[in-house]
Ligand binder design. Sequence first.
Ligand code: ASN
Ligand code: ZN
Ligand code: CA
Length: 327
Amino acid sequence: EEQIHTGSGTSTYSGTVNLDTTKTSGGYALQDGVRGGHKTYDLNQGTDGTGNLFTNSTDTWGGGRQTAGVDAHYGAAVTWDFYKNVLGRTGIRNDGQAAYSRVHYGTGYVNAFWDDDCFCMTYGDGEGDSHPLTSLDVAAHEMSHGVTAATANLRYSGESGGLNEATSDIFGTAAEFYANNPADPGDYLIGEKIDINGDGSPLRYMDKPSKDGASKDYWSSSLGSVDVHYSSGPANHFFYLLSEGSGQKTVNGVTYNSPTYNNVKVTGIGRDKATKIWYKALTTYFTSTTNYKAARTATLKATADLYGSTSAEYKAVANAWTAINVK
Ligand code: ASN
Ligand code: ZN
Ligand code: CA
């Protein structure tokens, strides 16, 4: 008889975490009993199929090949709980169905990706197989691509592609704050744990996206020809400004200095409201071809629905868009 169990695991990036597992006849498996049955597999450096479901004789996980599996299983659980408890969404497709995760994909593979066809999440082990791409913000970023595909289905090129990428950074960040894990505190940086540049710097910065050397801080008419991971910058910046406001601010020990365009000052409304506004816009008003101008209109409609069109929140959304030059 299989039973739901709560074990614990030592992760790569998130310290010691609780893991929901399943007790089997021979021991335990990384199969979540309470979130649609999400399973986590070891691909053993392969690049297809599912490899092997992680199993263990006890319910204490981590060490060797298991460690990346601990991160992935934890990341899937936190992402599920974030969507369920903050946004009222049950699973990536809001149907209660779990995805599954695969770790140790390929050799020296420096990426992680969501695949809508297998409805599954995959993680490489990074440069030299020494930095798995399994941090929580990356996990939630990737699984949020599944949420976008199931809702607005923003086309992955041009301005809509930038908004697709930003949606994943926004919910990846919101999930990281939601986790409230002292080993991986919430921040407005993407991939700060995985050392993808080899110098300790994060992959992206939401407060001032241009700090990565390529992302755009503001909208301009040429944005549609920029790679989607850089044209996401203005929308990430919008989310930061809407949450925290312009100027200097320290959150969880990290100091941000967020600039604005058009001489606009923005008073932040807090991350929780900003998250709910973006989600309502994504699931109600965005379409596959939404561009930045349409995103302004859509988020204003969402804000009017949630807080009213004469609210402080409505004014803040308008100001935050103007501050990234979407007028
Ligand atoms: N890790 C990448 C991303 O989520 C995979 C891709 O190119 N879509 O953006
Ligand atoms: Zn992405
Ligand atoms: Ca982060």
